[in-house]
Design a protein around this ligand. Structure first.
Ligand SMILES: Cc1ncc(COP(=O)(O)O)c(C=O)c1O
Length: 368
């Protein structure tokens, strides 16, 4: 007898695993596959975590987060949006917020609109909670076309998951695009979930949240990328009180609370100026993009730390297999994030040496 529930089949980690398995055999790989910052947590934030642990802040915290952190977040969110009905909840990473959001919003059979390409959890987790995923293709420019979204809306549409700056494309949605999507969701009574985990990494284009135009937007955000702490599992969600209250209830019955001592450190992190990291990635984005522009078809990424070029030959999976075998270069084939297998994701969250080696390898591969 198969002991496993049917929902286990909705998570397919084989694409990324394959890259890691191939990479594990290499002696000195050029790793441009990583979806996390290469810098460490700022020293004063690490110190705050140590002090929180030493001073015994190791029990459960309030489910919704420690008051200090919540208050700091709430004040910032209030300044940004000024919505009367916007509450905040501290979550176990942005991912934890996503799980809670889908649990409280999606009934079996409800449709969830996901833009293709997408962050891997969106379609899988929507399916796990019984949702039917409706993909809206955004190739080749990775822009959101509200008319196209409207055509995909049916009486069963419950939510739209939006992500800017985007993983894997690095594309930052413009104000008109965001406004059109936000107003469409409001008009059609669909919940807009906005994943803003990369919002601090924008290069020359201003980040715009749909919450500016649609006060019912549920925002998912996190500390992982901004402060180099993905292993700390800290995030936050904010949105209409009715939704946040239910998410708190589900957190109480699942994660219980976000890591307590690290919440104290996150409160310190909110006062840290992260602009140096952003400037570093901006420079790295320019360096890699300029080096690849004449060899690859690529949409200029204006945020996050990814570039999503088109494979110059073959499918993206074939291209990535050869990149690993011949150049020891680890990148991720687009089909991990998409129903297409035409593009591949490069992460430039890496040190200078890795980027220089990666550029050289990518130039050689393009010439084949
Ligand atoms: C778009 C997007 N959302 C959410 C996450 C998860 O972030 P967290 O570490 O805050 O759970 C990631 C991580 O790669 C991501 O790329």
């Amino acid at each position: 007898m198969n002991p496993l529930a049917d929902r286990t089949q909705y998570l397919d980690s084989s694409g990324i695993r394959k890259v890691f398995e191939l990479g594990a055999k290499l002696t000195d790989p050029i790793d441009m596959s990583i979806g996390q910052p290469h810098f460490d947590v700022p020293a004063e934030v690490r110190q705050a975590a140590i002090e929180a642990i030493q001073s015994g802040k190791n029990g459960y915290s309030l489910t919704q987060g420690i008051p200090l952190l919540r208050q700091k977040l709430q004040e910032r969110i209030q300044r940004q949006y000024g919505h009367d009905d916007r509450e905040v909840l501290v979550t176990c990473g942005t991912s934890g917020g996503l799980v809670l959001a889908l649990l409280v919003l999606v009934n079996p059979g409800d449709e969830v609109i996901v833009f293709d390409p997408y962050f891997v959890m969106y379609d899988s987790l929507s399916a796990v909670v019984g949702g039917r995923v409706v993909y809206v293709d955004t190739y080749p420019q990775f822009r959101i076309d509200a008319e196209r979204v409207e055509k995909a809306i049916t009486p069963r549409t419950k939510a739209i998951i939006f992500n800017s700056p985007g993983n894997p494309t690095g594309v930052v949605a413009g104000e008109e695009e965001v406004r059109a999507l936000a107003e469409l969701a409001a008009r059609r009574g669909v919940v807009l979930i906005s994943d803003e985990v990369y919002s601090s990494f924008c290069y020359g284009r201003q980040f715009v949240s749909p919450a500016r135009f649609n006060p019912d937007t549920l925002v998912l955000d996190g500390f992982s990328k901004t402060y180099g702490m993905p292993g700390w599992r800290l995030g936050f969600a904010h949105g209409p009180r009715t939704i946040i209250q239910q998410m708190i209830k589900f957190q109480q019955y699942s994660f219980v609370c976000a890591p307590h001592p690290l919440q104290w450190a996150a409160a310190t992190a909110l006062d840290v100026d992260a602009s140096g990291y952003v400037a570093d990635y901006w420079r790295k984005r320019d360096m890699v993009l300029e080096a690849l522009a004449e060899h690859y078809e690529v949409v200029t990424p204006e945020g996050a730390f990814y570039i999503f070029p088109k494979a110059p030959w073959g499918t993206a999976s074939e291209f990535v297999a050869r990149a690993i075998e011949e150049q020891q270069l680890l990148v991720i084939p687009g089909k991990v994030f998409s129903r297409r297998d035409t593009h591949f994701r490069i992460s430039y969250a890496a040190d200078e040496r890795t980027l220089l080696r990666g550029i050289e390898a990518l130039r050689k591969l393009a010439r084949q």
